[in-house]
Design a protein around this ligand. Structure first.
Ligand SMILES: Nc1ncnc2c1ncn2[C@@H]1O[C@H](COP(=O)(O)OP(=O)(O)OP(=O)(O)O)[C@@H](O)[C@H]1O
Length: 247
């Protein structure tokens, strides 16, 4: 469904993403993980059309979308959420979701009807008339999910939708994301909450200093010395093994 091939993005002397590739098959939940500053958000920005890669190619459903504008990519069925959630403060939850629905529904009544359905789907059924400004962090994350879904995305890119949530809220949003996938939406997510990555995704890619250093099931990756070193520093895999042997 999505193929990223040898994509590179430089900012001056810094190579934020360096010759990175990944594939997302339809119907899957795939995670993109890596330490802070690894280049995850930059890679998402390139896939969504917000940043143009210096090199490489991005294909979505057999179409080359490299360097296309975000609205054109969204119209094809690929939508991303943002790490910092900024709802339209003066609008209700329902109206905020309807902004996404307007991409496919020209009439306000149709957009609102569609928005109400999506609101239910993400567990915001009782908050639809509430002002978006009054939402908690967890509510805002759900709203961001709903706005993206309302564009009738076939592939959703979720950027840290669990950041700042307490464990019980994480459990709820994990269930919601699974439900969204079961409704036919493919998901690529950036996530720091490893417990969520382990329970949600069937496969994960690891980015470190701009390079894709590993790909596998989350279970394989947490046992992979290259991945452990990327997170914990040089020699960490050996140290862990020795500690394990002495325990
Ligand atoms: N617009 C920009 N101009 C200059 N440097 C940038 C820009 N955007 C990102 N970078 C740099 O590129 C590198 C990768 O950043 P990016 O935000 O993609 O990483 P990340 O993996 O998403 O990190 P985090 O997990 O902390 O969000 C960092 O060193 C960052 O400082």
């Amino acid at each position: 469904m999505l193929t990223v091939e040898n994509v590179t993005k430089r900012y001056g002397g810094l190579v934020a993403v360096n010759d990175a590739s990944l594939k997302v098959q339809e119907g899957r939940i795939v995670a993109l993980i890596g330490p802070n500053g690894a280049g995850k958000t930059t890679l998402f920005a390139m896939i969504g059309g917000f940043v143009r890669p210096d090199m490489g190619e991005i294909r979505f459903r057999d179409q080359d979308i490299t360097g296309h504008a975000p609205h054109a990519i969204c119209r094809l069925g690929l939508t991303r959420t943002f790490q910092i959630v900024q709802p339209f403060a003066g609008l209700s939850v329902l109206e905020n979701i309807a902004v996404g629905a307007h991409l496919r529904h020209k009439s306000r009544a149709d957009a609102l009807e569609r928005a109400a359905m999506i609101g239910e789907q993400v567990g915001m059924g009782r908050m639809l008339e509430q002002s978006a400004q009054s939402l908690t962090v967890a509510g805002r994350k759900r709203l961001e999910l709903a706005r993206a879904l309302a564009t009738e995305a076939k592939l959703l890119l979720l950027d840290e939708v669990m950041a700042g949530l307490i464990p019980s809220e994480i459990v709820e949003i994990v269930a919601t994301i699974r439900k969204i996938r079961d409704s036919g939406v493919t998901i690529l997510l950036i996530e720091h909450v490893m417990q969520a990555v382990m329970s949600l995704s069937e496969e994960a890619y690891v980015l470190n200093q701009g390079r894709m250093i590993a790909h596998g099931t989350p279970q394989q990756l947490v046992a992979d010395p290259t991945v452990i070193e990327a997170y914990l520093g040089h020699g960490a895999a050996d140290r862990l093994q020795q500690e394990g042997a002495h325990a």
